[in-house]
Write a protein that binds this ligand. Structure first.
Ligand code: BGC
Length: 721
């Protein structure tokens, strides 16, 4: 009895507090504030949205379908992030505070905030570990809330069709199934913090050159099986609240007024219930865009403010469409929990974020070459270490543009500025691992002096960088500023030279035969230096695998030159004089599928990455639903292997030779063996049938290949569905 009374009074107190809190939001006195019906959490997000919608005036509806500026510009209610969609206090609807958050919550230095710089998204993909993707999203979701944002503008999943794309570091590689699956986990981690998640840039914004004028041309089947498949998996499995449409055109229509993309595919075929917002300035019309399926214009109201109101009043845009736009935004707010549980704001815990950043970096760094067991280094046998280039005495590179995170203390340059180097010192971390060695830094500006330091040192480590940023592509795969020449010079002086790459995407390596070891660290984030040192000295056994193919040279790519690169104004933010076509004539043959189909040898294949131990694959059994095999660690160190499953479809399918259909990251102790079963989704064995407008799995013989990279698959088995 006593218990029950206590419980009752507990509920009463909670309800009272709830009413008080809500009353504060609504600006009314507690005694006058019956709960609006839509605050009843037992209703579905759609029911709650309908209840609010029924109360709204036309002006209030228009308020929700556009932004009011960003970056705390004067007159804007923006919290400092890229945008704000004003809420409606009368109805208890909060402002939507939008922050860029591709690799961490973006700079807002003027307010003295700090966010964790995670490894680049491509580095996250290189872990091939869904748990790492979840953790990545979780850090961003938590730190968004801490900084009182309730909407993320992360979630880039444009596949690496163009390996020189300046935004590849924000994306998840060239394979749609790997990229889409990792993004789905990212979204789950992010949205577990009660913030709205985003998927962008929808779709085919695969290069920055001419992004505001380029017209991508690609067929339906090729589009659905490549770029759009990545989005499909992210949207259907990750259930994001938003999708951001991109700047470019697709087959003649701007992405943000493309009814095929926004309505036929996203909303109808995939059943997306959230809302579509335009990339910043990516809206081009009022009625056409609204009818095509755009739900929200960012960052202003040129088309979806008074112009949309008038279009509705004049009957050019049906009110039912405006209601659908608003319903989608409202249901997303309820589904994400931002109305029931608004972010409170508190100081970010940088140590917690950094711990996760380090874990992801350590799992995503890829060991590309290790001649004669050059690595790991044995600290007690080394007397001197030369460290050359890339500010490796103090820092490591981060990616630029809207994904730029401020370094601690602030001060990242604005959009388009020079690259930002983060304070995480490889020199100090390496010195700490080898306390008895003399560790000396040379900036590499004078090759001869770098070479002479390397010659007189037991170990030479060259740090090589490729800065990438939104708004510009790398003109070639070559490392910029003739770092190839620096590496050649150091390697000639010390043949056991180790190269650490800090790159946004793949680069060419004309010196590959002349160096002892190569480590791809991507942009490894705020704890990057420690992660690199842990790999170099063997405290961590590398387990990352490439989520992108590395070509030997630009000549081996589907497009040896980036479309539009030669146009005036074609690079930069891409507002060139004349629109132009970007023909994706390679169609299905993206990344490794291109190299396989064209019988070209990549420098490093998709899925490739070395370990300090070795693995053996045995005893494959396959059926349509799964493969099972035995994986053994045959070396002396504990390690993790990313076991990969590729499928060859029947010849009638007319597909590239093989596609990734499953994988699992398997940790193994020395000598340990595990039976691994990997489920294969039927869709991943299917092709897109344009006549049926659906995925179909053809009859015939399917062959599975299992192994440690797309080019190393010791096990094969066939099955007929
Ligand atoms: C980028 C988006 C970004 C937006 C807001 C645009 O330039 O393409 O990715 O979210 O700006 O900063």
């Amino acid at each position: 009895m006593r218990d029950r009374r206590l419980r009752y009074s507990g509920i009463g107190a909670a309800a009272l507090l709830f009413t008080l809190a809500l009353s504060a939001t609504l600006g009314q006195r507690a005694s006058q504030a019956p709960l609006p019906a839509w605050m009843n959490k037992s209703l579905s997000p759609d029911q709650r949205a309908d209840l609010v919608l029924a109360e709204m005036t036309l002006d209030e509806k228009i308020t929700l379908v556009h932004g009011t500026g960003g970056f705390a510009q004067s007159g804007s209610r923006s919290n400092g992030g890229a945008g704000v969609i004003e809420g409606i206090p009368r109805l208890g609807l909060p402002d939507l505070q939008l922050a860029d958050s591709a690799v961490g919550v973006r700079a807002a230095a003027e307010r003295g905030r700090y966010s964790t710089l995670l490894p680049s998204a491509l580095g996250e993909a290189a872990t091939w570990n869904p748990k790492m993707a979840w953790a990545y999203g979780d850090v961003i979701g938590r730190e968004l809330r801490d900084q009182q944002y309730n909407v993320s503008l992360g979630g880039g999943v444009n596949i690496t069709r163009e390996p020189r794309n300046g935004r590849n570091f924000e994306y998840l590689g060239e394979d749609p199934i790997l990229a889409g699956s990792m993004l789905a986990q990212f979204l789950k981690g992010l949205q577990s913090n009660n913030v709205i998640g985003d998927v962008k840039h929808y779709a085919f914004n695969d290069q920055e050159t001419g992004r505001n004028i380029g017209n991508v041309r690609i067929g339906t089947r090729a589009g659905r099986e490549t770029d759009l498949l990545a989005f499909e998996i992210a949207v259907t499995e990750g259930q994001p609240g938003m999708v951001m449409c991109s700047y470019n055109k697709l087959n003649g229509d701007w992405a943000c007024e493309n009814s095929y993309l926004l309505t036929d595919v996203l909303k109808k075929a995939w059943g997306f219930k959230g809302f579509v917002l335009s990339d910043w300035g990516g809206t081009h019309s009022t009625v056409k865009a609204a009818l095509a399926g755009l739900d929200n214009e960012e960052p202003g109201s040129r088309f979806f403010g008074p112009a949309l109101k008038k279009a509705v009043e004049d009957g050019e845009a049906p009110l039912s469409r405006l209601d659908d736009m608003v319903h989608r935004i409202l249901r997303t707010e309820f589904a994400a929990g931002i109305v029931d549980d608004p972010p409170k704001g508190r100081v970010v815990d940088p140590f917690r974020g950094a711990d996760t950043a380090q874990e992801i970096a350590e799992e995503g760094i890829v060991l590309l070459k290790n001649a004669n067991g050059r690595l790991p280094l044995a600290a007690n046998r080394i007397r001197s270490i030369a460290i050359v280039g890339s500010h490796a005495d103090t820092s490591l590179l981060s990616g630029g543009g809207s994904a730029q995170v401020d370094p601690p203390g602030g001060g990242a340059s604005r959009f388009g500025g020079p690259p930002v180097w983060f304070p995480t010192s490889p020199l100090k971390r390496i010195q700490a691992k080898a306390p008895n060695a003399k560790v000396v830094y040379n900036d590499g500006a004078d090759r001869a002096s770098a070479a002479s330091l390397a010659k007189s040192s037991d170990v030479a480590i060259v740090f090589a960088n490729q800065p990438e940023s939104e708004g510009r592509d790398s003109p070639t795969l070559a490392l910029p500023e003739n770092q190839d020449g620096l590496i050649e010079a150091v390697a000639a002086a010390n043949p056991q030279t180790i190269v650490i790459l800090e790159t946004g995407g793949p680069v060419s390596m004309p010196w590959i035969g002349k160096v002892g070891a190569v480590v791809e660290s991507w942009y490894p984030g705020i704890r990057g230096a420690l992660a690199i040192a842990n790999i170099l000295f063997g405290d961590v056994n590398p387990s990352g695998k490439l989520p992108v193919s590395f070509a030997r040279s630009d000549a081996d790519l589907p497009h040896p030159r980036i479309a539009g690169m030669n146009m005036a104004g074609g690079a930069g933010r891409g507002r060139g004089p004349e629109p132009f076509d970007i023909d994706y004539s390679e169609g299905l043959k993206v990344g490794y599928k291109w190299f396989d189909a064209e019988h070209k040898d990549p420098l490093f294949a998709f899925g490739y990455g070395l370990s300090y131990t070795t693995f053996q694959y045995r005893d494959l059994k396959a059926d349509a639903a799964s493969v099972t095999f035995t994986l053994r660690n045959t070396g002396k160190r504990a390690g993790a292997e990313v076991a990969q499953v590729y499928a060859e479809l029947p010849p009638e399918a007319q597909e590239p030779p093989r596609r990734l259909v499953g994988w699992q990251k398997v940790p193994l102790k020395p000598g340990e063996a595990k039976t691994v079963t990997i489920a294969i989704q039927p869709k991943y064995l299917s092709t897109f049938d344009e006549q049926k407008n659906d995925w179909v799995m053809l009859p015939g013989e399917y062959r599975f290949f299992v192994g440690g990279s797309s080019r190393s698959t010791p096990l094969t088995a066939t099955f007929k569905p």
